[in-house]
Design a binder for this molecule. Structure first.
Ligand code: GAP
Length: 490
């Protein structure tokens, strides 16, 4: 994780928020390359799940909603974690996580020496187990109290209870309260889904592990509405669609590069199910901190629509033409965190290898995810014609993709820099491209394209670059495309 955090800062992916003021607890800012990577994740998710599917539409609901939404959804009463406070250092911990932390111990058997003891283990000198604050090792902890994770805020100029509302802790509720609006305006028939990408806020007691658990994060959520009276392939529609969405979600992460061995599915035990769920399966990823939740796929039944119908007094039903009856749809909810997806793609892409006796760091991103798709590099920055040609190529290609021009180092170092940020292709403009009138050498109008993964190179006419990259960045393999052109010496 430390390697990733340091790479992210050094290469402009992610910075600590408000760093010049000492940073804000577990808030992070996405830098120039981070924002491109994040946009790529959101763009392909939206394209695959909304644009390409005829049974899905999109939504962008507001973050601040009517406060009754959170009463109806159960968040005011149930969205809590048990927390304990240290009476000495005042630090706060999740009661159910205290024993998962290494703990500080002043050992009486060794004249009060201070030790840091691994989580859950006793002191090897005195045999004692943790009883006090794991951080300071001195204070007693209070009895557990329930702590609501929603951020409170006030609407309007007066800070009074009547103006109290919340920053949304999930984007889902914006979809539920708009169910009727969307179904009516878009004339939707079940089954259909509403997708949304947006910020969510949770006052997590123990945030941390870089962007894995933060207080402000982004979600990509789908609420997929099905008719509970129907059966599909012999199964109740909600159970059938739940299985489909679990399989689809795993396949999506694999398609964009997450390794099979780093992904697994975990069923929620009955006692850990959220208050609204009939069944939930998590897609877990082997993060640098160990196996942890990447996304959840829940069967929320008709809980939310029924709750909102009860609290708002509006009927949130669907008229089943075939059975001539009103039904409350069931909901399957694939819910992924953008920031967690980004961390997983980053961790999976990171590779260190040795090339000709030197260490090469590569982010082997899927081309669709790479923050920079093509880097255009001049071999000699003192030659105006080379520089001009390189700029012109960048300008042409950048109408389609994110393309950079860089002349701030020698070519070998420029390649390494692009490898380190995951740029799949580099284009190098050299003397042959533009010719050398002093030596009587005419221009060949060709450039060298270098493939990040194989480090192979091919010599391609400038005019062919848009088609070549359309092919390569649209899923074509390097070997197939490169075979159409002469190999260039690496
Ligand atoms: N609407 C359902 C829902 O919000 P969740 O499991 O609480 O379910 C869904 O959250 C996803 O949102 C998680 O799988 C995770 O990827 C992301 N997420 C949740 N809390 C997060 C946090 N504090 N920081 C970063 N991502 C978070």
């Amino acid at each position: 994780m430390d390697t990733l955090v340091s790479l992210c800062k050094r290469r402009g992916f992610i910075f600590q928020s408000s760093e010049i003021y000492g940073g804000t607890g577990s808030c992070w800012d996405y830098g120039p390359l981070g924002v491109e990577l994040k946009q790529s994740i959101k763009r392909i998710w939206w394209r695959d799940y909304v644009q390409k599917r005829s049974d899905m539409v999109g939504l962008d609901a507001s973050i601040i909603m009517h406060p009754t939404v959170w009463k109806a959804s159960g968040h005011v009463d149930n969205f809590t974690d048990p927390m304990v406070d240290c009476l000495e250092c005042r630090r706060r911990f999740r009661a159910d996580k205290v024993d998962e932390m290494p703990w500080t111990h002043y050992c009486a058997a060794t004249k009060g020496n201070k030790f840091t003891i691994p989580a859950g283990e006793p002191c090897t000198h005195c045999g004692e187990r943790r009883a006090l604050c794991p951080e300071c090792g001195k204070g007693s902890l209070t009895a557990p109290r329930q702590f609501n994770l929603m951020f409170k805020t006030f609407m309007g100029p007066v800070e009074e209870d009547a103006a109290l509302t919340y920053l949304r802790p999930e984007t889902a509720q914006g979809i539920f309260v708009n169910f009727e609006n969307v179904a009516q305006s878009m004339r939707r028939k079940l089954p259909f889904g509403i997708a949304q990408i947006g910020k969510a806020f949770r006052n997590e007691i123990t945030p941390g592990n870089f962007i894995f658990r933060t207080r402000e994060f982004e979600q990509m959520e789908i609420e997929f509405f099905v008719n509970p009276r129907e059966t599909v392939e012999g199964k109740p529609a909600d159970e059938y669609w739940h299985e489909r969405w679990i399989a689809d979600s795993l396949a999506w992460f694999r398609r964009y590069g997450l390794r099979e061995e780093n992904l697994r599915l975990r069923e929620h035990e009955k006692d850990e199910l959220a208050h609204y769920a009939k069944r939930t399966a998590d897609v877990e990823y082997q993060f640098p901190i160990g196996w942890s939740e990447l996304m959840g796929i829940a069967n929320r039944t008709d809980f939310d629509l029924k709750q909102h119908a009860q609290y708002s007094g509006k009927a949130l039903t669907y008229f089943d033409e075939e059975r001539k009856e009103h039904v409350v749809p069931y909901v399957i909810e694939p819910s992924a965190g953008v920031d967690r997806a980004l961390l997983a793609f980053l961790a999976d892409a990171y590779q260190e290898e040795e090339v000709r006796g030197e260490k090469r760091v590569v982010l082997g991103f899927h081309p669709e995810l790479a923050p920079i798709k093509v880097a255009v590099l001049p071999l000699l920055k003192k030659r105006d014609d080379i520089v001009r040609t390189a700029h012109a190529i960048r300008d042409t290609l950048s109408t389609h993709w994110s393309v950079v021009y860089d002349d701030t180092a020698a070519i070998g170092r420029l390649y390494r820099r692009q490898d380190e940020v995951g740029t799949p292709y580099c284009v190098t403009v050299d003397v042959q491209t533009v010719g050398d009138s002093d030596k009587g050498e005419s221009a060949d109008g060709k450039v060298t394209i270098r493939d990040r993964d194989s480090m192979e190179q091919a010599r391609v006419p400038i005019a062919a670059l848009p088609t070549v990259f359309l092919d390569l960045l649209g899923g074509g393999s390097w070997s197939a495309v490169a075979s159409r052109y002469p190999t260039a010496k690496a």
